[in-house]
Design a protein around this ligand. Structure first.
Ligand code: PLP
Length: 249
C-alpha cells in the first residue's frame, strides 16, 4: 500500500481514465435501453485496493464505494471518514460481524437470511444508525428441484422464494430500511437471463413494497446486460481499479 507521493499523480490519471471509460459504457448501455444515465449509480468496488485509491475516486466524483470483507472495510472506511461517501457492504456477512459493519456501512447489499436481519437490526439500533438493506438473491439454477449446496454456499444469496419473508422482516425491523435487491450473475451462465429473472423478482417485490426500488446488478464484465435489465446500481471493481491480486490470508 503506502504509495510514494510521485506515484499518486500517475494513479490519479489511471483512475480518471478508467472512470471515464466506465461512465461511457454506462451511458452507451443507457442509450441502447432508452434509459437516463442518472438512473444508474456507479458503485466502485474497492476491495484489495488501498484507502488512497478510495480518496482519489472520491476526488474524481465517485459517491459510492463497496467492500466485501469487514476486516478490510472497517479500517478503510475509518481512514476515509472525512469523505462524503456512501459505503456499501457486498460480501457474505457473518452475524458476529454485524456490529462492526453497522458502524460504517450505509447500505448492506448482501442480506440473505433472517438471522442476519435480526443481527443487523440489533447492531444498527445500538449504533444509532439506519442501515439500508438489499436482499441478495441467488440466481443459480436449482438442480433437480433442489438447490445444489455448492450454489448457495460460496457466494450467498437467498432463494427467490424467500424474498417476501425477508422483505417483511427487514421492513419491520428497527434500524433497517428495505431498498431493493442485489444479485451476482451465475458463473458461466448468460447474464441477461439471470438479470431478467432478477428484474421480475424486483417487480414482484415492488408490488408489495414500492419503496424497494433498487436493483443492484452488473459488474465489470456484464454491466451492459444489467443496465438493459433495469439495474439502478452497478458494482464495478476491475474495470475501474485494475486487476486484483489474490489475497493470501
Ligand atoms: C468484487 C465484486 C464486484 C466487482 O467485480 P468486478 O468484476 O471486479 O467488477 C461486484 N460485486 C461483488 C459482490 C463483488 O464481490
Amino acid at each position: 500500500m503506502g504509495e510514494p507521493a510521485n506515484g499518486s499523480a500517475e494513479r490519479r490519471e489511471e483512475l480518471a481514465a478508467n472512470l471515464a471509460e466506465v461512465r461511457k459504457r454506462i451511458e452507451a448501455a443507457c442509450a441502447s435501453a432508452g434509459r437516463d444515465p442518472d438512473e444508474v449509480t456507479l458503485v466502485a468496488v474497492t476491495k484489495t485496493f488501498p484507502a488512497s485509491d478510495v480518496r482519489l475516486l472520491a476526488e474524481l466524483g465517485v459517491t459510492d464505494v463497496a467492500e466485501n470483507r469487514d476486516q478490510e472495510a472497517r479500517p478503510k472506511a475509518e481512514a476515509c471518514a472525512d469523505l462524503p461517501l456512501r459505503w456499501h457492504f457486498v460480501g457474505q456477512l457473518q452475524t458476529n460481524k454485524a456490529r462492526s459493519v453497522a458502524a460504517y456501512a450505509d447500505v448492506v447489499q448482501s442480506v440473505d437470511r433472517l438471522r442476519l436481519v435480526r443481527a443487523l437490526s440489533g447492531a444498527a439500533v445500538r449504533a444509532g444508525r439506519t442501515l439500508r438493506c438489499l436482499i441478495q438473491v441467488s440466481l443459480d439454477e436449482p438442480r433437480g428441484g433442489e438447490r445444489a449446496p455448492a450454489a448457495t454456499g460460496a457466494r450467498g444469496g437467498a432463494d427467490p422464494a424467500e424474498v417476501p419473508a425477508l422483505a417483511d422482516a427487514i421492513a419491520a425491523a428497527d434500524g433497517l430500511e428495505l431498498d431493493g435487491v442485489m444479485a451476482v450473475a451465475p458463473l458461466g451462465g448468460d447474464p441477461s437471463v439471470a438479470f431478467s429473472r432478477l428484474a421480475e423478482i424486483a417487480a414482484d417485490l415492488r408490488r408489495d413494497r414500492p419503496e424497494a426500488a433498487v436493483i443492484s446488478a452488473g459488474m465489470s464484465g456484464d454491466l451492459e446486460e444489467a443496465v438493459a435489465c433495469g439495474a439502478t446500481h452497478v458494482r464495478v471493481g476491475t474495470a475501474l481499479l485494475g486487476g486484483r491480486r489474490a489475497i493470501v490470508r
